[in-house]
Design a protein around this ligand. Structure first.
Ligand SMILES: [Zn+2]
Length: 575
């Protein structure tokens, strides 16, 4: 259970560390960054991105830490260090997990038997080590964000491009001085399997989620004060670190409020990770945690104060927390209870081994579509393309398959998550502040209940939110989507539709762009010319005339990076 006194002491220590000497700041400044072989413009962009990411974290009131003094650290195992305070919890966690693994192996549990050993692969990382990692991985993220940066106002190396890159990198790496590894309060676990090693890599996410170790940790790590991080199944935070992360101004830090707020957040994160979504049950969990003395006693009308407290936990803590979770898309699946669902058995998206530019990993992809993927794809077809099952929409579907298989599967663990991020109509809240700015005064606009704004993009005056009709589409059950959209989603995901556009991964309405630019409709020749020039500017290749398609509605393009690959590189294998 939580010890408030210890929490307060920790917070004070942490704020004291904030008063770091100037040379500590200098050691982490963007001026330190180097990029071998880069042009001066690219290096300047690297530094701009780094500063933008640090600002994002500071704006979010995240605390920055400097190298932790060696006498506050201890070895947990295999040379990995952790903050002294969390060593006992971590040791107990590892010991219990190893004991349980041995027991399950004796019982002949196949999942347990596939694990040879496991341990802490990474614990404490100093801010200076983080700087080295950031510098090492930046070129990869630079390539990953290229297409989006090219569309940014101010060009691929401007401020908006830097903000795009900073946001993207934040999904993978904290800037030096931030995050729980730099405090020695987080662990990345690894597992040695019979034929490979499960480690901290996005390519391993599906395998992690199926592993005995991850399942055991999800169900038991909480008893040792470790909480999961949804995006990285190998990463576990100690709640002492989580508790100092929430946005609290230093002046409030020593009051009691943040302690209980932090405990609530950790408790809720924990319950959500175990799959609890019911607001009453979640409220109970927090409430019972605060009142162990009730020992499960049912409240009656005479407990007026307690009932009031229960309600305020539900209204002020649980509901905003759930709204915020949903808004951030952290819940992999929205509750669909009682709705007709598409069939569970769908085909698999496969990609031959290749090495995407900017990555050193050469790997094949094999991804099994789920009923959730089909549901969201059918919704996308309705929202973006009218929901019909025709050749133009088949081309749209294949463009999304190709894009996911070739470029974005490392960023989004599921196809549904990818299209929800990609498509404006499926985003939980509009990602683009420009789109929100156009709509937020309209009655169609529903503000994010957490009150979030686009402050991180420099627009604190624009509230985050989404259009009512988009939210309605996002909630529409399978059975109420047009039959054409349902059939197209299922047929495509079962391998029954060949790609009408080869490996195209982009589409754009060049006919409309031309009309906007010239105030008149293009002739066939003008449109063709314009489409080819547009493609060159994006480093894409137009697929050319395809008799079955009306490309004046949507023209299809192959990313130049994939143009040399054979057509069958991406396939959907039947069930
Ligand atoms: Zn980690």
């Amino acid at each position: 259970m939580w010890e408030r006194e210890r929490f307060e002491r920790e917070v004070q220590d942490l704020y004291a560390e904030r008063e770091a000497p100037d040379d500590a700041y200098a050691a982490l400044s963007s001026g330190r960054l180097a990029w071998k072989g880069a042009s001066p413009e690219q290096l300047a962009f690297m530094r701009l991105t780094y500063d933008a990411q640090v600002r994002r974290y500071l704006d979010g009131r995240r605390l920055r830490f400097f190298d932790t003094p060696r006498d506050q650290l201890d070895e947990i195992e295999s040379g990995q260090l952790l903050h002294r305070d969390i060593i006992p919890d971590c040791r107990a966690l590892l010991a219990e997990a190893r004991r349980k693994l041995a027991e399950d192996q004796v019982r002949g549990d196949a999942d347990a038997l596939s694990i040879k050993s496991f341990g802490v692969g990474n614990g404490y990382r100093s801010a200076s080590e983080q700087l080295g990692l950031w510098q090492k991985y930046f070129p990869r993220y630079y390539n990953d964000t290229r297409a989006r940066r090219l569309k940014a106002k101010g060009g691929e190396h401007g401020q908006e491009a830097a903000d795009i890159a900073a946001e993207y990198i934040s999904g993978w790496l904290s800037p030096p001085g931030f995050g729980n590894h730099v405090q020695g309060r987080a662990i990345d676990v690894f597992a040695r399997m019979s034929t490979y090693r499960l480690s901290a890599s996005s390519a391993h996410i599906p395998a992690w989620k199926k592993s005995w170790l991850h399942r055991w940790l999800v169900n038991n790590a909480g008893r040792h004060n470790f909480v999961p991080y949804a995006k990285e199944p190998w990463h576990w935070d100690h709640v002492s670190a989580k508790s100092v992360q929430p946005s609290k101004a230093p002046a409030q830090a020593s009051s009691a409020a943040p302690a209980s707020g932090a405990t609530n957040a950790a408790t809720l994160a924990w319950a959500l990770a175990k799959g609890e979504r019911d607001e009453n049950k979640l409220t109970d969990i927090v409430f019972r945690g605060r009142h162990p003395e009730l020992a499960g006693r049912v409240l009656t009308a005479r407990d007026r104060g307690l009932v009031q407290e229960w309600r305020s936990i539900r209204d002020d803590i649980v509901r905003p927390y759930l709204a915020n979770q949903a808004a951030q898309g952290r819940q992999q699946e929205l509750p669909q209870a009682g709705l007709d669902r598409p069939p569970r058995l769908l085909g698999g998206l496969t990609r031959e081994a290749w090495t995407p530019p900017g990555s050193r990993r050469r790997a094949a992809l094999s991804y099994r579509f789920t009923d959730t993927d089909a549901l969201w794809l059918a919704r996308l077809l309705v929202g973006e393309a009218g929901g019909r099952n025709d050749a133009d929409n088949q081309a749209v579907v294949w463009t999304l398959f190709n894009r996911y298989a070739l470029f974005t599967h490392g960023v989004y663990p599921t196809f549904a998550q990818f299209i929800r991020a990609y498509s404006t109509v499926l985003q939980p809240v509009l990602r683009s502040w420009g789109a929100a700015q156009r709509h937020y005064r309209s009655t169609e606009f529903v503000r994010d209940p957490s009150g979030a704004t686009y402050a991180h993009r420099g627009h604190p005056e624009i509230p985050q939110g989404q259009l009512r009709r988009h939210l309605e589409l996002q909630a529409r059950p399978w059975a109420r989507l047009p039959e054409g959209a349902r059939r197209l989603a299922l047929e495509a995901m079962s391998g029954r539709i060949a790609s009408p556009v080869g490996l195209a991964s982009e589409f754009a309405s060049t006919f409309i762009y031309y009309r906007q630019a010239h105030n008149q409709k293009p002739t066939d020749e003008q449109w063709r010319d314009f489409t080819e020039r547009f493609a060159r500017g994006k480093k894409w290749v137009w697929v050319g005339d395809r008799p079955s398609l009306n490309q004046k509605k949507n023209a299809f393009f192959i990313d130049a990076r994939a143009a040399a690959l054979p057509e069958g590189t991406v396939r959907v294998e039947p069930v």
